[in-house]
Each structure stands twice: as C-alpha cells, then as structure tokens.
Design a binder for this molecule. Sequence first.
Ligand code: 1CP
Length: 351
Amino acid sequence: MSLLVDACLGHSIPRTPIWIMRQAGRYLPEYQAIRGRHDFLTMLHTPELAAKITLQPIRRFDFDAAIIFSDILVIPEAMGHPFQLKDGLGPCFEEAVDSCESIEKLLVADITQLNYVFESISLVRNELDKDKALIGFSGAPWTIATYLVEGGPHKDHRRIRGLMYSDPASLSLLMEKLTRGIIEYVKEQIRAGVDVIQIFDTNAGLLTRNTFERFSLPYLKRIVAAVKEEKVPVILFVKGGNSWLDLIKSTNGDVIGIDWAIPLSEVRSIVGENISLQGNLDPTVLYANRNTIRNEVIELLKSYGTGHRHIFNLGHGIFPDVPLDAVQVLVDTVKEESPKFHFLDKDEIFS
Ligand code: 1CP
C-alpha cells in the first residue's frame, strides 16, 4: 500500500505523505515545454500526453502521490457542453446553462466520452511505483454548476446564487444530473486504477451554511457513499467551508482537505480523531526564502501534532510562478521533519 492511502485510512506510517494541488501544471518547465507544442484541450484529450504530464512532478520531486492530469470541466463536455480555455480568462463555455429550459434539456454525462481519462489512468498506473498512490478526481456538483451557469469563471457568481432563490427546483435538477454523471465517472476511474478519489468543491465558499446544506451536502454524501462502496478512500476539499466542518464530517468521507484559513490544530479538535486532514500551507509561503519555508512547514506539522492522519498539501493550488527550489525545500522538509510526529503509540509498543 502507499503512505497516502494509509494516511487516509488512519494506519500507522513512518512519516507524513505529501503531494500538492495543481502539481501537474504551469510552474514546471517540462509542462510548459509540452504546452508550447499543444493546446490545453489536446493535452487533456491525449492519454499519452496526459500520462506524461501526470508523472512529471513525481519524477522531479518524488511526491507520494500523482494526480491525474485532467480538469473538473470534462464532465460538462460529456454533457454536450465543451469548453475553451481563453487566455487571461480561464475556461469558458459557448453557452451558459442558466435557465429552466436549458437545465431541462441538459443530458446526464455520457461517461464513455471520457474514455481518454480512463486510458491515461491505466498508462500512469503501469508506470507509477506501487508505493505511490494515484489520485482520481471530480469537481463537486456545486462547483461544476458554478462554471456551467455562469458560462465560465466569474467574480461574484450572481447568476447561480440568484438561481438558488429564484428557481431552486431547476438548480436541484441540475445538481441531480451532475451527481449521476459524477458517480459513474468516479466509479470508472476506480475501475481504471486510481487508489483515492478527491472531490473538489472549490467554490463552496460562495454558499451560506443553509445553502451548502441544501445545494451541495446531499450530493456530496451520495458521491462519498458511491466511492466507499468501491472500497476506495475519498478526500473532500470544500474550500471556504471551515465554519461547516461538522457538516463536511457528516458526509462520512475519509479525509477533509483544508484551506489555509484555519489552523489544523483547531480543525482536529473540532472533527476528532477518526478522520484524516489534508493541507494546509498557505501557497504564498513558497515565495519566501528557504528558512522561512522550512519554519512554516515545521509549524504546520506541529499544528497537526502527533499522529498518522495528516496528508501534507497546500491550502489550494500552487501558483504558476513559484520557484522550483521552493518546492524542493517543501518536500525535503516534510520528509525530514515529519517522522518526529509519527511516534509509535503505546499500544503499538506493547503489542
Ligand atoms: O496550461 C494552462 O494554461 C492550463 C491551466 C490548467 C491546468 C494545469 C487548467 C485550466 N486546468 C489544469 C489542470 C487541473 N485542473 C488539474 C490537474 C491535476 C493537478 O492538480 O495537478 C486539476 C485537479 C484541475 C481541477 C480544476 N480545474 C479545478 C478545481 C481545483 C482547484 O484548483 O480549485 C478548477 C476550479 C478548475 C477550473 C480551471 N481549469 C483551468 C483553470 C485555469 C481553472 C480555474 C479557473 C478559475 O480561476 O476559475
């Protein structure tokens, strides 16, 4: 088994595993070299390229897990809404799905259209050492819906937030359709060989506690249950959800991904010992000098404290202009310093 899967399940491990969100991406010169020859969508759709990009950060930094190079917006593609990556803007759809009619017309994702993702997974799994985990992922229904309803990235997301109050039935139908596709999608990723699933609810911070309970939580619960049926651990990254940790815990996921806005010590005291935590270094720490990065990493390890249920990560994706040396310092420090936090507990010494 891998350190990452063990940390998800709370098994004893000798040190804290590390991977970072957006590790397969623009801060790597070897990614930029491929990006210079192909557009983003070609990179996503070509299993050989996606597999190569997935493995780049593992080869360079020896992270404990690879995350498959793909995007949360491939689900809308399989629902008949392809997107384009526009310079300076981000991913955009030709048409927004923002009315009762357009939501009713929308198809549940045809997962066979995503066979290229499953092929990338098999290619990576064949090349990746057995002690490294392969992470599959999907966007959460709410976060994918924010892109579909707005037609792309948006500053205040007023269309989808308005829809919660002006036409909740249509929004619920959209969530239902997305959830059905996502469940099939993550199950197929598991069949293709991923060891862990991460669900990105990156835009959950737009919600109130009540609207999270209504428009995200029930769907997350169904997705978690479907993944757990396959005996694969699931990580829920609910960005901005620090004041609803009780609700996130109630999904029964194995791991909660935490952004940088709350200390891990506090999260641990709220959610207890039967769930793992992933995170949560402020991504801008990587702009600092070597000593500062080391100190911040050690402070974070201390904040979690002793125990086997911490997966080191940033609180969100790595920025594209972060120096490579900084990432190396981060990985080295976690590997050198974290064994101190994995003392055998009494039961293990005497058994
Ligand atoms: O080269 C480029 O210009 C493309 C940049 C890029 C990359 C490298 C995009 C466009 N997507 C990706 C890959 C990607 N996206 C991964 C790969 C695996 C890894 O983590 O290494 C993952 C997991 C995602 C997931 C994703 N896409 C999320 C959720 C995770 C997160 O970081 O919050 C979101 C919100 C997206 C949408 C998206 N796709 C791309 C961009 C620039 C964005 C964000 C746009 C915005 O600001 O709203």
